[in-house]
Design a protein around this ligand. Structure first.
Ligand code: SF4
Length: 369
């Protein structure tokens, strides 16, 4: 605690802000061990199914379990039930999720690229990952948003985007730039980070969706209470969102672009706006959420304004981090003539415009005012 006070005093002060306490209420109670993490509730939800049933039967059983989860989660959140009231079942909702992600890996649809390659057999899709998950580093992160630090951050290699300005390009573009981890090893990393005082386990990359089979299975080997944080590009498939929504306590998605044209040109990603807004709505209904918007120079009208407007209208409970740290990196630094619009940092005037748009829309944004 002393370390936090020295390095990030705002990480303690932020909890005096009533709106932050309200909007991150579930996350806060798990963080201080007043409520159980969602993945621990999943372990107590009974699902009446034989795990060898066909895909259709397994998804049907999952939907039924998820419905039950949702009711119990709300009862626990309102204080009407305790996790101790639930017995350990023979087959739990988490067991069903683990089996489903194993099957999804055989025709991969973890993200909306839907490559349908058999990663279990070594085939590779857009992200170039086979069945292994690789961790490039893990540590106590003091640079995240104030309510999150110190954050037990675990960086996975590879990504479903190819952002020309990626600031983590060394791990997002090279799937082998990390050490292979098994579910049990990942569980012990997460357990260690929590025991050392981290407020959450922050799965990031690159992007975590591509490694979700190992992440979801690792939860079977964890019993420590800790908020699960999903720090992603928000481009998961609908099926992946079904799996994650009962596990993740706090979402930390990027919302970069206000239109598909900018997304295709700068991140090589199709159907961006439709997919990301669909997933943001699911996240908003299933946990606490801090949305990150990186302000790109010359993209205030086409991206920042559209992103903030959509968030104000559709995710009124979310917090927004309006990020100023963009700098030309990776492809932009190498071939600036191809990306003249983003070959500089955003100006103070552009940042002030972004803050002013957020204020007019009534958005609660970081840095918290
Ligand atoms: S994770 Fe996404 S990009 Fe990678 S193989 Fe699966 S669907 Fe394709």
């Amino acid at each position: 605690m002393f370390e936090v006070f020295l390095l990030r005093p705002d990480a303690l002060r932020v909890w005096n802000h009533p709106e932050i306490r309200k909007r991150l209420g579930w996350y806060y109670k798990v963080m201080v061990d007043e409520n159980p993490a969602k993945y621990r509730i999943c372990k107590r939800i009974e699902v009446d199914v034989d795990l060898s049933v066909d895909d259709e039967g397994l998804w049907r059983a999952h939907r039924e379990g998820a419905k039950r989860f949702s009711e119990i989660w709300r009862e626990i959140a309102s204080g009407d039930m305790r996790i101790e009231d639930l017995e350990e079942p023979k087959v739990s909702l988490l067991d069903v999720k683990v089996e489903l992600v194993k099957r999804m890996l055989r025709s991969c649809i973890f993200c909306e690229r839907r490559c349908k390659v058999n990663r279990e057999r070594g085939e590779k899709g857009f992200c170039k990952l086979d069945a292994t998950a690789r961790v490039s580093s893990f540590f106590h992160h003091y640079g995240e948003e104030a309510p999150l630090v110190p954050s037990g951050t675990i960086f996975f290699t590879s990504c479903s985007f190819k952002c020309v300005y990626c600031q983590n390009w060394d791990i997002s573009t090279d799937p082998y730039n990390g050490v292979e981890v098994t579910p049990k090893q990942l569980a012990s990393i997460a357990t260690r980070l929590r025991k050392e005082g981290c407020r959450n386990i922050n799965y990031v990359g690159g992007n975590p969706d591509q490694s979700m089979h190992v992440i979801v299975e690792s939860l079977k080997y964890m019993d420590i209470n800790v908020p699960i944080l999903w720090n992603s590009n928000a481009y998961s498939s609908l099926e992946a969102m079904e799996i994650l929504k009962d596990i993740v306590d706090i979402w930390l998605p990027d919302f970069k672009y206000g239109n598909d044209k900018c997304a295709e040109r700068l991140s090589m990603v199709p159907m961006y706006f439709e997919v990301v807004t669909r997933n943001l709505k699911i996240m908003h209904e299933n946990g606490d959420i801090i949305v990150r918007h990186l302000v790109l120079p010359n993209h205030i009208e086409c991206c920042t304004k559209q992103v903030l407007k959509w968030l104000a209208e559709n995710c009124p409970r979310c917090l927004v981090n309006i990020m100023e740290q963009y700098r030309p990196e990776h492809e932009v630094a190498r071939r600036p003539h191809l990306y003249p619009d983003i070959n500089r940092r955003p100006t103070m005037d552009e940042m002030n415009k972004a803050y002013s748009i957020a204020e007019k829309l009534g958005i609660v944004y970081e840095p918290v005012s």
